[in-house]
Design a protein around this ligand. Sequence first.
Ligand code: AMP
Length: 410
Amino acid sequence: MSFATLGLSPAVLLAASKKSYITPTPVQAAVIPAVLWGEDVLAQAATGSGKTAAYVLPLLHLMTTGSSKVLILVPTRELAVQVGDEIKGLLAALGKMTRPIKLATVFGGVAINPQMMQLRGGADVLVATPGRLLDLIDKNSVRLEFFNTLVLDEADRLLDMGFAAEINRILALLPAKRQSLFFSATFPDEVTALAEGILHQPSHVTIENTEINQPDILQRAISVDAHARTALLAQLIQDNGGQRVLVFVASKQGAEQLANQLYAKGINAAPFHGEFSQGRRNQVLAEFKSGSLQVVVATDLAGRGIDIDGLPFVVNYDLPRSPIDYTHRIGRTGRNGASGCAISFVTAATEAHFRLIESRTHIRLTREVIASFEPQQTSALAVPNPGGVKGVRMSKKDKLRAAAARAEKE
Ligand code: AMP
């Protein structure tokens, strides 16, 4: 199935393809047509199912072809930022293909004034946590009577976090005639009751937790010094008995260099990156598929084209730049019901970055240490008060790490 069959406008289809959304996930295939029909939707879907794009894509269609104004309520600042970023990316991809659509993202725990400025002149799509939204309403920065579309994202967490009263206040301020979309991973009684109070004859979407939707991927993180990664990788490859491994690195040069080093250690490895001709790419893929090539060392862009059933191992030798890249990378394994394992090498310098990836993808992995590869360098995060001892000055690198750690905590 492709997005083109779901009824989305050519502009939104093009934006989706620019974001590399080629095949709709099951929740998208079910939700998008219902939203385009103007129906209310009650969907059981967890993070990772593609639920955000399931409502954002059709709502962008409705906003660009009509006069919808959309309020998206989310439980946390993290989810607000994530949903805001997804919309921002799609709006950038839409570019000048449509009328300008103004997005505002607001959440608590930060100064309210910049958010009030952001809301001057209104917003077409507003992503908000409930408490901060009510503060902004009290300050006359938002008027809800113009929002004719409501999305509740992660409704179960909204209730878990004690936002029931806030949600009821917000509902009372919204127009009674509106389209409402309700997403929740779980449906305990109070969530069902909330849904019943909000939705009008909704389309029910339940995505079974099949292996395809929830790939069986064991995620691991290994703490290791940067310079020891190649030797550790070689050992892991040799220990796993000839199974195929897809290794991700940050650059073309890195791919070439690491593949050469592995080859020199007697491992049948090849690089794979964007500068290869189509013919060469096809050849590497064919050899990897047949198993005659054991290891492929790829960059992010090239690696997205690798779709191999039964690929058991992905290794992040260099960490991905973004949580989205992380999701794409680990999704190369555990495909079509097979199980897989994704290992990330975390160094002292990349610990803060990996924590950010963990928080955005809602995971927390134990850092493993492999015998003979115990890290000698410690991350700034592991040091309680780096530079706090009189007479010891922090290096520039340590200052940067500490700043990253602080930013991550905020
Ligand atoms: P979500 O469940 O909304 O948190 O989405 C999980 C991840 O999948 C996000 O990084 C999306 O950008 C990505 N994603 C959503 N839909 C698709 C799709 N149809 N194809 C590829 N990636 C997708």
